[in-house]
Design a protein. Structure first.
Length: 289
């Protein structure tokens, strides 16, 4: 347990140790938009908590991102309220242009790799277009061994796909809201499940002070797991801005941290105290000359 705590502290130091440099990079991300009619800063990250936000990386920007989730808080003091357990996703997102981002990540949960392409179709304007419209498409593959040695898993069994359209608006300097109709397709399922899952993602951000904002990430799943087993993923967090760096603390009832996983495999219930503490860290590097 102590080793995990030391590792966590080390990561926090790594990502918060260069605030001034990060501040300059974030300013560079918005440099091309200054003096224009484009609306920026609806969310302070390209992710709300688990799901994508309407925000994009700038051209030539690399976002090294770590999503960390501990075990259930309800386990009590014996497991230090879940801190004895941990799962994480480590990812690299790169802005090919101001409107096109690609990303790749690996999650410890199910030893899963994922990749996505994200393209901004419409950019909200201060006087003109009232919303931003962003399209996302992604895939994932889990690599853990088959639990039944007599039934090996094929490549096709292990894969899943998703497509999403994000419709978002920054209403004022304090409040932003987005809706994300999403389709998830899974190849390997239990007989009681459905291969094609439909969900509506809802993301919101409300700034409560100059450097602190409340964020909510929710998915309303229309079909999929039987309702006696599956639940809708809900994550609630706080963004804390320290210079140019945003450090996010949150609670969530989902263990998975990619779309296939958190939309279709969340079984924990907030009403039963089945939620976990976690944090997200990102570090942006400029690869432009």
């Amino acid at each position: 347990m102590m080793q995990k705590i030391y590792t966590t502290i080390g990561l926090m130091i790594l990502f918060t140790g260069s605030v001034i440099a990060q501040d300059n990079l974030l300013k560079e991300l918005e440099k091309d938009q200054k003096g224009s009619n484009k609306v920026t800063g609806a969310f302070k990250s390209s992710r709300v908590i688990n799901g994508h936000s309407m925000e994009m990386l700038g051209a030539g920007m690399l976002d090294f991102r770590i999503l960390h989730r501990f075990g259930p808080v309800k386990q009590g003091i014996g497991d230090l309220f879940g801190l004895d357990q941990a799962s994480m996703r480590m990812g690299f997102d790169f802005g090919l242009s101001n409107d096109l981002t690609i990303g790749f990540g690996r999650t410890t949960f199910k030893k899963e790799y994922d990749a996505f392409v994200k393209y901004r179709l419409i950019h909200q304007e201060q006087a003109g277009t009232p919303v931003s419209l962003v399209a996302v498409a992604g895939t994932s593959i889990f690599t853990y061994k088959s639990p039944d040695p007599l039934k090996p898993l094929t490549f096709n069994d292990r894969t899943g796909y998703y497509a999403q359209l994000i419709i978002g608006r920054k209403f004022n300097e304090a409040f932003s809201l987005q809706l994300s109709p999403t389709l998830v397709y899974r190849n390997m399922i239990d007989p009681a499940d459905k291969k094609t899952i439909y969900a509506l993602g809802i993301g919101a951000r409300h700034k409560i002070s100059k450097r602190v904002a409340l964020v909510v990430d929710y998915s309303l799943v229309a079909n999929g797991l039987p309702m006696s087993v599956g639940t809708n993923p809900l994550s609630i967090g706080v963004d804390i801005e320290t210079g140019g760096h945003v450090f996010q603390l949150h609670f969530s009832n989902s263990t998975g941290m990619n779309e296939r996983s958190f939309i279709t495999e969340t079984t924990n219930s907030w009403s039963k105290g089945e939620f976990q503490f976690g944090f997200n860290l990102s570090r942006i590097f400029s690869l432009k000359k």
